[in-house]
Design a protein around this ligand. Structure first.
Ligand code: WT7
Length: 631
């Protein structure tokens, strides 16, 4: 199933479009099924109703673990690199990982978990996080991993939306020189979560935690009561594998649902191809398992292919900005998959952190999460890849399950800042505002996908109508990505960024409405409007215009108060970079905020504001412009 030449890519692509069922049926033969499918695909985008590998039975953990045991049981599956480089790293072979997953699966059962139950995971980047994820999959429970940076309220909202029965957490996490009290955050969250019966707590930083009798149990104690034999639950290809919450332009985050069979095939196929993974190589994805990149390209994709996946607990700049390069050298990393924001941040330290570092093991580089600017692309290429490692700029989304538009390493000729071409099976189209297809090359439009692929979302948890409205109703019979896109003269795709009210801050997806709601919860705030603006390192920064007439004391302190509220309501990742106090917001006569104008002001553009004739009170704009100059 591995593509080794551009000619083969073209042939496979053609075949995947002309005969998708045959194409994916053949790809799926590379995985292990308990029972084969009777139909590869049935679908419509109007409901939507999408089924891949109908009738097939499997367990994804048999593909990620059991099937490697005979030939590769002693091969490293996970190499864990701790936050503190002075501490020992940990290598788990496939045999060891299998054993630990089975043990923890038995712990889950012992604590009442069954097939179909939802389980929330809120953990640091330690091997036990991967073990917890796989153990859920082993018993057919649905995991909902919540990134360690979210607040108690965000966690509670997610737990309640999915009606989780169990929570898996740790006492705390290390992040650089900080310690984060995870269990404390969970304790706050669980006050408002009536469905949660049990909470399993891993000891990691050994900070004091409260343990509620009857609800909270220690991971280490539980291990003593179980053995390492756990037969995998037989799952239908379309049974739910996991829920992952992500932000949109309106409302609360949605629980994107992925199912067992199609997701497995897509994560495995794209991992093997995009990174051109070779047996024995060491692969390092710097994402957190709390995001889709970690699900698909730290856990499921690599493990389904018998790869060695590095799991790093820390951050790129701790203890020094050489940390990534030290890890590459120490573990002889062959593939490094990271985010443009990390590249830009490391670039800003100059060449010094690279001095004396041996990066010669690197063969493939990857970028994900946001558009990569040319400067960062070239730096990555020259300084890290020494001009010899192909860069795969991978475009995809939580909803797509896996990489959609990307070069195939060592196969597709790359071009800085272009995600290049669709992978086999992916049929992108560009449309105008009215949904009319924009054909030909050298054009721009809204990026849609017109045919299903195995890794696509099936629904949004508990609210199928929302899934339909968000992704399948903007344009008839198309999946709408929310991204704008350029297709150049060569037919290469460049993603230009979101066209909806979704921000991408350091590769994290944040809805402007969510941030506004959080700011508006602050006592005394009357109204707010949030927009993104270009930020050198983060890609986008968050700019908040806030009406706060009864400001409490000094403006600077009041801003800090608001940041506290946002941190409480969503989490530190959603804190505005800039807050501007204003007396009014530019609105149309029908009361709609004209964000277009605010975006321009946030970008520092104060003369060409476009058409302002529909404004209710043009004076407001003048005032905001003046105030913005002093920020
Ligand atoms: C949004 C999806 C894909 C996993 C991590 C983010 C942006 C993602 C690229 C890229 C330009 C990109 C898009 C997309 N995005 N990759 N290579 N080039 N933009 O997943 O949180 O679901 O965010 O990230 O805007 O819609 P996500």
């Amino acid at each position: 199933m591995q593509i080794t030449s551009f000619k083969q890519y073209e042939e496979d692509y053609k075949k995947s479009v002309e005969n998708p069922e045959q194409f994916w049926g053949e790809v799926a033969q590379n995985f292990q099924w308990r029972k084969p499918w009777f139909k590869v695909l049935s679908w419509n985008f109007s409901e939507p109703n999408i089924k891949w590998f109908e009738g097939a039975k499997l367990n994804i953990t048999e593909n990620c673990l059991d099937r490697h045991l005979a030939a590769n049981g002693d091969k490293p599956a996970i190499i864990w690199e701790p936050n503190n480089p002075e501490e020992e790293s940990v290598t788990l072979t496939y045999k060891m990982l299998h054993e630990r997953v089975c043990r923890f699966a038995n712990i889950l059962k012992r604590n009442g978990a069954k097939k179909g139950d939802r389980i929330c995971i809120y953990m640091p980047m330690v091997p036990e996080l991967a073990i917890a994820v796989l153990a859920c999959a082993r018993i057919g429970a649905v995991h909902s991993v919540v990134f360690g940076g979210f607040s108690a309220k965000s966690i509670a909202d997610r737990i309640n939306d999915a009606q989780c029965k169990l929570v898996i957490t740790a006492d705390g996490a290390y992040r650089g020189n900080k310690q984060i009290p995870l269990k404390e955050v969970i304790d706050d969250a669980l006050i408002g979560c009536p469905t949660v019966e049990k909470c399993i707590v891993l000891t990691h930083i050994r900070t004091p935690v409260s343990m509620l009798k009857g609800r909270d149990v220690w991971w280490e104690d539980e291990v003593k009561h179980v053995n390492d034999i756990c037969e995998a639950e037989e799952m239908d290809a379309e049974d739910m594998l996991f829920i992952l919450y992500t932000s949109g332009s309106t409302g609360k985050p949605k629980g994107v649902v992925h199912t067992c069979g199609g997701y497995m095939v897509y994560a495995g196929y794209t991992f093997s191809n995009v990174f051109n993974y070779q047996p024995g190589e060491v692969y390092f994805c710097t994402a957190d398992i709390g995001w889709i990149t970690g699900h698909s390209y730290i856990v499921y994709g690599p493990l389904s292919q018998g790869a060695t996946s590095v799991l790093f607990e820390g951050i790129p700049t701790y203890p020094t900005p050489s940390r990534f390069w030290d890890i590459v050298e120490k573990h002889k990393v062959n593939t490094l998959y990271t985010a443009p924001t990390a590249i830009r941040s490391l670039m800003s330290f100059g060449d010094e952190p690279l001095n004396g570092k041996n990066l010669s093991s690197i063969r493939v580089l990857g970028s994900v999460g946001e558009p990569i600017n040319e400067e960062a692309w070239h730096w990555f290429d020259e300084k890290i890849g020494h001009g010899k490692a192909p860069i795969v700029d991978t475009w995809w989304q939580t909803e797509t399950g896996g990489i959609m538009i990307s070069p195939i390493a060592a196969v597709t000729p790359t071009k800085p800042s272009f995600a290049t071409l669709p992978l086999p099976g992916i049929q992108p189209i560009l449309v105008d505002e009215n949904g009319k297809e924009i054909e030909g090359n050298g054009v721009m439009g809204n990026l849609c996908i017109k045919f299903p692929w195995p890794g696509m979302l099936r629904t949004t948890y508990g609210d199928h109508e929302r899934c339909k409205q968000t992704y399948f109703s903007t344009y008839e019979d198309l999946y709408f990505t929310g991204d704008g896109c350029l297709r150049d003269e060569d037919g290469y795709y460049r993603i230009t960024g979101r066209v909806d009210d979704v921000l991408n801050v350091s590769g994290h997806r944040i809805g402007t409405a969510e941030v506004e709601n959080a700011i508006n919860m602050h006592a005394g705030v009357v109204e707010s409007a949030v927009v993104g603006y270009p930020h050198d390192v983060k890609g986008q920064g968050i700019y908040a215009f806030v009406i706060y007439p009864e400001m409490h004391g000094e403006a600077e302190l009041s801003k800090k108060d608001i940041l506290q509220t946002v941190t409480r309501v969503i989490g530190a990742i959603a804190k505005p970079d800039k807050i501007l106090f204003v007396s009014g917001l530019p609105k149309t006569r029908s009361g709609k905020i004209m964000r277009r104008i605010l975006r321009k002001i946030a970008e520092g553009e104060t003369s060409n504001l476009g058409d302002t004739s529909t404004l209710l009170d043009p004076g407001v704009v003048e005032e905001i412009i003046e105030a913005s100059k002093n920020l």
